[in-house]
Ligand binder design. Structure first.
Ligand SMILES: O=C(O)CCC(=O)C(=O)O
Length: 284
């Protein structure tokens, strides 16, 4: 699907967009059957594992399935939709014309008032060398005010990058008290099944409890521009900080628009500059 100039301008201004009629009815029907199968399989687990994230009180009799992890790797149908022109042609122009798949998840938000997601910016989870990243939410069922639709703060992608730590621990969310003045601008992204939402990686977003009687499955695909590279590898942060010789620990890197190149791929088995540089003589 090709976005209009108005839709692109709205995304740039607001940091989100909802597009109707992106996923056709036969695809939706197949996804619903597939999702029902996964929901049934989740009854067999008693706790979260590599495939399922289950909430408190989950059991075979009363499943509390919150998330199917990495759906693209779980079934080809999710992979095909992730690569589809319907989605990729819609979002690539919002990232300068390129798109790299980053990750996927399927959030079920079961009925009965659970699986609330606190306000956060995806950027806090995966900072990159530039912020041309976004997430697509495929609405498998209608998203309504009652079933905990995604909520966003328009324009927040141009605002501060909020602290997602409490007492030096990453909590992946922002206490509402830190967002005073912002929350009354929140917009709920309600739309019929088959629509997609698109939110920028820095857009503040959240979702409430599902107080309807029906599950709200939302299939999320995250994409990045091909020249956006992750800047964070998981350090042993205490060890990393223990090597500071002057200055205080920080969780806010100083970012500058400096040119970079990425040192891969490497010669198989090369583990020193001597091995790496052997490639120069071999090539000249
Ligand atoms: O499922 C939702 O309502 C929001 C999901 C979300 O923001 C996330 O998983 O990062």
């Amino acid at each position: 699907m090709t976005l209009t100039a108005e839709q692109k301008a709205a995304y740039d201004r607001d940091g989100y967009l909802v597009v109707h009629d992106v996923v056709d009815a036969p695809t939706l029907a197949r996804l619903r059957m597939l999702i029902a199968d996964f929901r049934e399989r989740s009854r067999l687990v008693s706790r979260s594992d590599a495939t399922f994230d289950v909430g408190p009180g989950h059991s075979a009799e009363t499943p509390k399935l919150r998330r199917l992890k990495n759906p693209v790797a779980q079934h080809a149908e999710f992979d095909v939709l992730m690569r589809s022109d319907a989605i990729v042609d819609t979002v690539a122009p919002l990232m300068g014309g390129t798109a790299r798949f980053d990750h996927s998840k399927l959030n079920f938000k079961p009925a009965g008032g659970s699986a609330k997601i606190d306000w956060h910016q995806d950027w806090a989870f995966y900072p990159h060398t530039n912020d041309d990243l976004l997430a697509v939410g495929v609405m498998i069922e209608d998203c309504t005010p009652e079933n905990g639709p995604l909520m966003v703060i328009p324009g927040s992608h141009r605002g501060p990058v909020y602290d997602h730590h409490i007492n030096d621990l990453f909590v992946g969310g922002i206490p509402e008290a830190a967002l005073s003045g912002e929350l009354d601008k929140a917009v709920s992204l309600t739309a019929p099944a088959g629509s997609i939402s698109i939110h920028h990686v820095r857009t503040l977003h959240a979702s409430s409890d599902n107080v309807s009687g029906r599950e709200r499955p939302l299939l999320l695909y995250a994409y990045s521009a091909v020249d956006a590279f992750p800047v964070f590898a998981e350090y042993d942060i205490s060890e990393y900080d223990s090597r500071i010789l002057r200055g205080a620990p920080t969780r806010a890197p100083r970012a500058e628009a400096v040119p970079m190149r990425i040192p891969v791929p490497r010669q198989q088995g090369a583990d020193s500059i001597y091995d790496n540089q052997a490639g120069i003589a071999a090539a000249t």
